[in-house]
Design a protein around this ligand. Structure first.
Ligand code: ADP
Length: 769
């Protein structure tokens, strides 16, 4: 039978796709050769010969790049897309094979011959067709493998040849497989091929199903387990034998020897907790609460050192000097031993920073063999910081007292409340009153923290407090305490402390051995004079630390075995001097006098400047002076006015002169009556034009009648005068008794002038009065 050839059918080459008869696919085309073919077809009888490319990657094609068997399609629709592409919809009609392909004006044209399907054994074909349909049916049950459209088309198909075509179109098989399927003409072969493909597909489908089932089974198993566990828990709770957590906690609670009330509370909360879901937030709150009760030291105490001598030795070992304080502490420890701590007063160490308040307190703990905890009260505004938050608050915790006790791990630690003078209060309650309860022996055996809810016995705790000054300590608190004052150190004391303690301490902290670093006395003096201006030794220690650090670096980087730091090396290591000793009035001046003041950071000198100028009798006070200081300035002026004739001043002068009193440094607030005589001296000097001796410093309160009243803090003031190099110090006669507090070597170097009235001050201080 001669085959009829159809000539010059425009050829469309497809990449990675095979078109089958009985399908209606669409595809986007963009290659010029393809666009030309479509145009050629549109212009003619709209038939296209569609064939697959052997190599899908190839852009430029020649006839050899194409399979020879393809499908003749009817072009149904052409849609232009953005860019140079078009989408075409075709209908696959019949299979054909190209006998010749030529390229004419950029378009491939093929002469083709139709390929007919060859039937053989009808029954075998029917048998294959049926099994294939069954398999298709099963595959279609799994939506994921095949689209709904395809599934229904396949299910509805009643012709074996068609089935092969449609399946070939939809199944996920390779281009080569598709092409083989397309090329084969014998139906039975095609059906056999389809059978193999469907079998593979079915295998995959079954595997997928199995995997899915396994995953689901796993999830189901987890859910089942969870459910069973929950049930088990419920059964245990019902039977009262929750083995795990509850029993363990119950045992722990009973072992802790808590006071009966506390144990009862703990067990009650535990039973509430064990009825809750472990995942609920309330469960967690109770769990944390019970842990707190378990962690607090209820029965744990340390035994106090029996031998007082040992205790005293510890105090001496840790600190230089401070004889009076050590003596007082020894007495205190003796009483503590005899009374067992009942009603012992609470010690309050008062003094400038860095004089050893904190370290004495920790020494007391060491001397007694007790644990030491420290809590800074600086900036504590809120009562709940001391007493805690109710546990119903989110994230509630006990206050700092209970937290401190937990840290200590014993119920009788030495508990240092630092900076009690820095407590403040606001609308969130008064921390001072909460503290009062903590410190009051009548109440503190049943201290109630809001979080704990049960009382905690603080009566065995040894509380010690510290403050820089007492002015801001609430009076009821002050009432409960025994104040022990620590004064600033003299240069010599500082040097000794540095030599005996600080250098060793810092050297060790920085990992430097004794033989590797020596700091000479000169160097220490240089640090004290040039790099610190303080009553205590805190900055001294800091600077020594800096030196040790630098030395450690030098030693570590090799080259040197040991370092000796002398005065010269200090400036090399610490930079230029920060302070110079000549910050007091250098020469005798009119209208300027040196006063001595006591501040929270120790004694200091205070220059008072007065200027008298033409005006109408106004008084101007500047330099951040407090009320008391302003009043003593006015008292001084009034006294001089009242006695103007004695000093040769015309009384009318006061009406035509404005007085300006200024106390540098202007930004630091100053108060107190002890600058009275200094202001009077500077004012009189300004009015008389007679200079004040620069070698004199003074302190004393003035009355309207010119009497000089005693002042406080003489030791600190004397140290300050000594530090700046003053020779004569005018003091109130009533303060003579305090002179013995001043270290002997300093007392010898200063000339103290005790006075009872301000006239004597003027005579000693103003030249020519
Ligand atoms: P404060 O609590 O009064 O501000 P610190 O107790 O913190 O002072 O003391 C600062 C440092 O100075 C500490 O390292 C301390 O050991 C040391 N120090 C203070 N006074 C003495 C002293 N008399 N002997 C030995 N070291 C001292």
């Amino acid at each position: 039978m001669a085959k009829s050839t159809i000539e010059k059918v425009p050829l469309l080459a497809l990449r990675g796709r095979v078109v089958f008869p009985d399908t209606a696919p669409s595809f986007d085309i963009g290659r010029l050769v393809s666009l030309n073919a479509v145009r050629y077809a549109s212009d003619g009888d709209t038939y296209l010969f569609v064939v697959a490319q052997k190599d899908a990657e190839k852009e430029q094609i020649v006839p050899d790049d194409l399979y020879s068997v393809g499908v003749v399609c009817k072009l149904r629709q052409v849609t232009r897309l953005p860019g140079n592409t078009v989408r075409i919809f075709v209908e696959g009609l019949f299979r054909a094979t190209a006998v010749r392909v030529e390229e004419v004006e950029g378009c491939m044209l093929a002469d083709i011959e139709r390929l007919e399907t060859v039937h053989s054994d009808d029954r075998l074909e029917e048998a294959y067709f049926r099994t294939s349909k069954d398999m298709v049916h099963e595959i279609c049950q799994t939506e994921a493998r095949i689209s709904k459209n395809a599934a229904s088309e396949l299910e509805l198909c009643s012709d074996p040849d068609q089935l092969v075509n449609i399946a070939g179109h939809y199944l996920r098989i390779s281009v080569e497989q598709k092409q083989t399927l397309l090329e084969c003409s014998r139906l039975i072969e095609r059906l056999k091929m389809l059978d193999t493909i469907l079998n593979d597909e079915l295998e995959i489908v079954r595997l997928e199903r199995k995997i899915n089932a396994m995953v689901r089974q796993n999830i189901d198993k987890n859910q089942k387990e969870y459910y069973l566990r929950e049930q088990l828990k419920a059964i245990h709770t019902e039977l009262g034998d929750d083995e795990d957590e509850k029993t363990e906690l119950e045992r722990k609670i009973k072992e802790r020897h808590m006071p009966a009330e506390v144990e009862e509370k703990a067990l009650k909360e535990l039973s509430r907790m064990s009825k809750m879901q472990t995942s609920s937030p309330d469960y967690n709150v109770l769990r944390v609460y019970i842990d707190w009760l378990l962690d607090l030291p209820w029965a744990e105490t340390t035994e106090d050192t029996k031998d007082l001598k040992d205790a005293v030795k510890v105090l001496n070992d840790d600190h230089y000097g401070l004889e009076k304080i050590k003596e007082r502490i020894t007495e205190y420890l003796a009483v503590l031993q005899l009374t067992g701590g009942m009603n012992a007063p609470i010690l309050c160490f008062v003094g400038p920073p860095g004089v050893g308040k904190t370290s004495i307190a920790s020494s007391i703990a060491r001397a007694l063999g007790r644990k030491f905890v420290r809590m800074s009260l600086g900036g504590v505004k809120d009562e709940s910081e001391i007493r805690g938050h109710r546990k119903t608050y989110v994230g509630a915790l006990p206050g700092r007292i209970i937290a401190g006790i937990k840290t200590a791990g014993t119920s009788n630690p030495v508990f240092l409340l630092d900076e009690i003078d820095k407590l403040s209060s606001d609308m969130r309650g008064d921390p001072a009153s909460a503290l009062l309860e903590v410190l009051d022996p009548a109440q503190n055996s049943t201290f109630r923290d809001r979080y704990l809810e049960v009382p905690y016995d603080l009566s065995k705790v040894l509380f010690i407090t510290t403050a820089n000054g007492l002015d801001t300590v609430p009076a009821p608190l002050l009432d409960r305490m025994e104040v022990i004052e620590l004064n600033g150190y003299t240069q010599e004391e500082k040097r000794e402390i540095a030599k005996r303690y600080l250098v060793d301490k810092r050297r060790e902290a920085n990992g430097v051995k004794k033989e590797q670093l020596t700091v000479t006395d000169d160097a220490i003096d240089e640090i004290i004079n040039g790099y610190t201006l303080e009553a205590g030794v805190r900055n001294l220690e800091r600077n020594i630390d800096a030196i040790c650090r630098k030395a450690a670096v030098k030693l570590a980087s090799g080259g040197v075995e040991n370092i000796t730091v002398n005065a010269g090396l200090v400036s090399e290591m610490l930079g230029a001097r920060r302070y110079d000793r000549d910050n007091f009035i250098a020469s005798d001046e009119v209208g300027a006098a040196t006063g001595l003041a006591w501040t929270a950071v120790g004694g200091t000198t205070l220059t008072i400047e007065v200027s008298a100028m033409h005006g109408k009798g106004d008084i101007l006070l500047t330099g951040k002076l407090g009320d008391v200081m302003k009043e003593s300035a006015r008292a001084a002026i009034s006294y001089i006015r009242a006695n103007s004739q004695t000093y040769g001043i015309d009384s009318s002068t006061f009406e035509t002169t404005d007085i300006h009193i200024h106390v540098p440094e202007g930004a630091t607030p100053k108060d107190g009556p002890s600058a009275g005589i200094t202001m009077a001296t500077a004012i009189l000097s300004a009015f008389t034009g007679k200079p004040v001796k620069s070698s004199v410093a003074m302190t004393g309160e003035i009355t309207l009648r010119g009497k000089v009243l005693p002042i406080g803090g003489l030791k600190e003031k004397a140290l300050a005068a000594y530090r700046v190099g003053v020779k004569d110090v005018i003091i109130p006669a009533d303060n003579k008794k305090d002179l013995e507090e001043i270290p002997e070597n300093i007392r010898e170097k200063l000339h103290f002038i005790p006075v009872t009235d301000v006239d004597a001050v003027f005579k000693s201080a103003i030249i020519g009065i």
